[in-house]
Design a binder for this molecule. Structure first.
Ligand code: DGY
Length: 317
């Protein structure tokens, strides 16, 4: 079988495919997902690939599986894949701890103003230690509010707990875990750090609005390592410029690699270029999970990393 990668993977990641006797090729036209799908039994994609209905149709009849090297799969038209009989796989479970590390780092950096402080030093504007220099807010003793209690949210919760924080969380359904808060607005009002860990879906699009930002404390910070579309970035930029909240730590943006221009100049903003899972071990594990899923599908097995297809009919209102 022919497995097409839209980009080179870390060394050794394609071993399960080669061992199974498959031909593995890299499609050398970046962004050309339809071209990659056209002659493939399986496709391995990145979260930056737009795997839409047109791209999937290019592989119709032959393409059996698309495996995304990411936990998220909002770049793939799952309904079109379902209709064409193409399995969709992702890589949940291997990047939780790495992503939680970056979420925690962003919380710490935003609360302690490390970006403003370092920028001042690097620009040669630091005039020396001052009693009131770069005053931020502690994390210990503060409340971490986690929106979405999946694996990454819980991994962040463990870190916050170890740091002496109170940990609250909210989710669509009661979790049965200590710290559950049923109402998002209630969690926003009670938290010193609000960290987002929900997938990008129509229901979470711009979940964090101007009104919701106003529910947060003026000393609070917002952290986003999930997907940029969960936050109304214009509203967040306004909230930072107007001092509605103290800071924000962002690793993801709605229109990557573009960053909202007013976020670039917003006081208290800590901005990272989507590095949540960017460690050698984690990126290798993600690639291996994707290729193992492809090997499973091509061998007629159901991979653990299979993303369930969406229902064919909208549920009744
Ligand atoms: C994912 O896997 O969805 C992450 O955003 C990658 O860092």
């Amino acid at each position: 079988m022919r497995v097409v990668l839209t980009a080179p993977l870390p060394a050794g990641s394609a071993d399960p495919l080669v061992a199974a006797g498959h031909e593995v090729v890299v499609h050398d036209v970046p962004g050309d997902v339809a071209g990659a799908a056209a002659d493939a039994d399986a496709l391995v994609t990145l979260l930056t690939d737009r795997v839409d209905a047109t791209a999937l149709a290019a592989g119709a009849g032959r393409l059996r599986v698309v495996a995304n090297v990411a936990a998220g799969h909002d770049n793939i038209d799952r309904a079109a894949a379902r209709d064409l009989g193409i399995a969709v796989c992702a890589t949940p479970g291997v990047l939780d701890e790495s992503t939680a590390e970056v979420a925690f780092a962003l919380a710490l950096m935003a609360r302690r103003r490390t970006t403003d402080a370092e920028a001042t030093l690097r620009a040669g504007r630091w005039s020396g230690w001052a009693l009131d220099g770069f005053l931020g807010h502690d994390l210990h003793g503060a409340t971490m509010g986690i929106v979405g209690w999946g694996r990454i949210g819980r991994a962040l919760g463990r870190r916050a707990d170890a740091f002496g924080m109170e940990v609250l969380h909210t989710a669509r359904r009661p979790t049965g875990d200590p710290g559950f808060v049923a109402d998002l607005d209630d969690l926003l009002a009670r938290s010193d750090v609000v960290s987002l860990h929900v997938p990008a879906t129509p229901a979470t699009h711009h979940l964090i609005t101007a009104e919701r930002l106003r529910r947060m404390a003026p000393t609070a910070v917002l952290v986003n390592t999930a997907r940029g579309s969960v936050v109304d970035e214009g509203a967040l930029a306004d909230a930072l410029h107007d001092g509605v909240i103290f800071g924000a730590g962002l690793d993801v943006y709605e229109h990557e690699p573009q960053v909202h221009p007013r976020l670039l100049t917003a006081p208290g903003a800590v901005l990272l270029p989507h590095i949540g899972s960017a460690t050698v071990a984690t990126r290798t594990a993600m690639a291996r999970t994707a290729t193992a899923a492809v090997a499973d599908v091509l061998a007629g097995r159901t991979p653990a990393a299979l993303v369930p297809p969406p229902p064919t009919q909208e549920p009744p209102p």
